[in-house]
Write a new protein. Structure first.
Length: 303
């Protein structure tokens, strides 16, 4: 018998729940309700949990979960709360930077902006690999094909989840190339999936020391650079302090700023890090605002 759990939460800082479906097809919005299928591990099995999220007229967020057991529903809701930044208090950030010359105007215009979070850390890592060095729309098309071919399906809700690490670990790189991934990225995705499936990488811990040890291990794998790890940290682990300095949108934006407006200029990662250093523990959020201020919207940071 399944358990239904509902929880109304007041965000620590005003939040706007998005009203459009995600480009990868994993989080459709139906009747104003965001829906998502996730899988929670228990007793050597991954159990499906159907999540629903709606925003009430009060600004509060109503989260619902249907699962085989209550503890599965509770854990899935906790992951979605992290992905939506519901419990992140941003008062100090807004107070400190509301007049900042780079992001102040965008911050005042839309104080509810958040980075685009994901409820599953491995999914954030896998999607970061697919997004390496290509336009976001092309990456999203590849992600939709991965979900259709290898994702987990729940007949009750009609929802699909992203492919598990175990499923991707069992794939030959050529299978992923057939879905649109470049050969080097297909090989990198299989490598990280195998490392996670074998227990060599811990991605789900909330302990910063464990997270950072995992980042070091990831960077030792061929095909995994700083940008991929920082996207995992920001979008999949709730590390708002992490700046994906190699993001193409940021390289273009900072290049334009440093060159006095040359639309073809590109900064390097060092220059991006130097520019965002003043934002301290909020660098990831500041990057989302900077992209909004610069009119660069379709990137993994502001999808």
């Amino acid at each position: 018998m399944s358990t239904e759990l509902r929880l109304e939460v007041q965000p620590r800082w005003p939040l706007r729940l998005r009203h459009r479906s995600g480009m990868d097809g994993l989080s459709p919005v139906r009747g104003g309700v965001l829906q998502r299928l996730v899988h929670e591990p228990l007793e050597e099995q991954a159990w499906p949990v159907q999540l629903r999220v709606a925003q009430l007229s009060s600004g509060n967020v109503l989260l619902g979960a249907r699962a085989e057991r209550r503890e599965l529903a509770e854990r899935a809701i906790a992951r979605m709360r992290r992905a939506l930044w519901i419990d992140t208090d941003l008062r100090a950030f807004h107070r400190t930077f509301r007049e900042d010359p780079l992001i102040g105007r965008a911050l005042r215009a839309d104080p509810r902006l958040r980075p685009a979070g994901r409820p599953d850390a491995f999914e954030a890592l896998a999607w970061a690999v697919t997004e390496q060095l290509i336009e976001y729309e092309r990456a999203a098309a590849i992600q939709r094909r991965l979900v259709a071919a290898l994702g987990r399906y729940d007949a009750t809700s009609g929802l699909r989840d992203s492919p598990s690490a175990v499923r991707l670990a069992g794939c030959a790189p050529a299978q992923l190339e057939a879905l649109g991934l470049a050969g080097s990225r297909a090989l990198a995705l299989v490598r990280v999936a195998r490392a996670v499936a074998r227990g060599q990488l811990e991605l789900d811990s909330s302990d910063p020391a464990v997270q950072e040890d995992g980042w070091r291990r990831l960077r030792a794998l061929p095909g995994i650079g700083s940008w991929t790890v920082e996207i995992l940290a920001l979008t999949g682990q709730g590390r708002i302090d992490q700046l994906p300095a190699g993001d193409l949108g940021l390289l273009k934006l900072v290049g334009r700023l440093l060159s006095g407006g040359d639309p073809k200029a590109r900064a390097d990662e060092r220059q991006v890090r130097e520019l965002f250093a003043r934002f301290g523990p909020w660098q990831g959020l500041a990057a989302s605002y900077a992209l909004r201020a610069g009119g660069v919207l379709k990137t993994p940071l502001a999808a």
